[in-house]
Ligand binder design. Structure first.
Ligand code: FAD
Length: 326
């Protein structure tokens, strides 16, 4: 049998939007290929009731493989996907992206000796095979990636695929027992939390208050959220702080993040590296706060303030509130 196998991440009784987008995309492609889209879910049995698994049918999955195992970690999912693909003969594995999707997709590609393409923004059917489209050269061009391997691994850019309900049919649910490799069980989930900024679409904001490593710690973003709130804007981030886990990747600006062009871009504690600059240089007004007068960001800021952001940002917030009468 051929087909497309999609990994669907769930937490607290719900699948995330990114996973539902991947299932919808898998279903669209499967129908064009004349095959089926299946989903794989993995977690503690109690957290994966029949109704939840079957609900992926509304997004186009015809079958859901339910695997009992530790939720939210990459290696057990690699084991499970490899087992199901080995038994079912799926031709493609599709992931919605995000850090977990990247890690699982890369691991699966190594395990199956499969071709892999990440940061995919569109997939099309060409001559009965899938072609992944991936933006390159700072998103100025799109490259076509064809798969020569027996199994092709497609990893989307985060939220690139739209979640679409295509009907109200339930998916069939099949339990699969997977033997996890010893190394797959060595990592354990210690804690889970919501990342700040994950639900904000920074591309739509007229005013962006962006923070960098100069904030010193994740809590440093609280003062930026207060300033953005006073200004009626949104908060964005550099890759350095996203990589450090201080802020959500959804709000990252730059070469490997989003490109924005707000009316006002206020950068606090950001050095202005070229990879960041390419994502925000189209902003109408750039204001930078940095304690280093030689920081590169001052070379392209319209207004530069040399000083400690911890002193300047709260005073700016107060001034904006006072001006707005609040
Ligand atoms: C292939 C590749 C892709 C990349 N893609 C991206 C991308 O998409 N987006 C991106 O942002 N980066 C990207 N980077 C990383 C980029 O090169 C920089 O490392 C990153 O942008 C730096 O982030 P930063 O400005 O937060 O940190 P830093 O460069 O460490 O700058 C921190 C700044 O804060 C200032 N500061 C410190 N304390 C204070 C204070 N109290 N008050 C005021 N200022 C203070 C410092 O003077 C400094 O200028 C990429 C790199 C590579 C190699």
């Amino acid at each position: 049998m051929s087909g497309i196998l999609v990994y669907a991440l769930h937490h607290d009784g719900a699948f995330n939007k990114n996973s539902l987008g991947a299932v919808s995309e898998g279903a669209r492609l499967a129908s064009e290929l004349g095959t089926e889209c299946h989903a794989l879910v993995l977690g503690e049995a109690a957290g994966l009731p029949d109704e939840l698994c079957a609900s992926l049918g509304r997004f186009g999955a015809t079958k859901v493989f339910r695997v009992e195992g530790p939720e939210g970690l990459a290696q057990p999912v690699v084991d499970a996907m490899a087992t199901v693909i080995g038994d079912g003969g799926h031709e493609y594995a599709l992931f919605g992206g995000g850090l977990l999707g990247f890690e699982i997709g890369a691991g699966l590609s190594a395990r199956l000796d499969a071709g892999v393409c990440m940061e995919v923004t569109n997939v099309r059917v060409d001559d009965g095979r899938l072609v992944a489209e991936r933006p390159i050269l700072q998103d100025s061009q799109v490259s076509d990636v064809h798969y020569a391997s027996g199994v092709g691994v497609i990893i989307g850019r985060l939220n690139a695929f739209e979640a679409r309900e295509s009907g109200d049919a339930d998916a069939a649910v099949e339990d699969v027992a997977v033997e996890f490799a010893p190394h797959s069980l060595r990592a354990t989930m210690v804690t889970r939390g919501e990342q700040r900024g994950a639900d904000v679409n920074i591309e739509d904001a007229d005013i962006l208050v962006a923070g960098g490593r100069g904030l010193g710690k994740a809590e440093g973003f609280e003062q930026l959220e207060a300033l953005a709130g006073a200004l009626g804007g949104a908060v964005a981030a550099t890759r350095a702080v996203v990589d450090a886990g201080w802020f959500s990747y959804a709000a990252q600006i730059g070469q490997t993040g989003k490109t924005v062009s707000p009316k006002l871009y206020l950068a606090a504690g950001i050095s202005g590296a070229i990879q960041h600059k390419v994502g925000m240089q189209g902003s109408e007004n750039i204001v930078a706060i940095n304690k280093d007068a030689n920081a590169p960001i001052f070379e392209f800021a319209d207004l530069g303030i040399v000083g400690d952001l911890n002193k300047i940002v709260p005073r700016l917030t107060e001034a904006v509130k006072a001006r707005k009468g609040g």
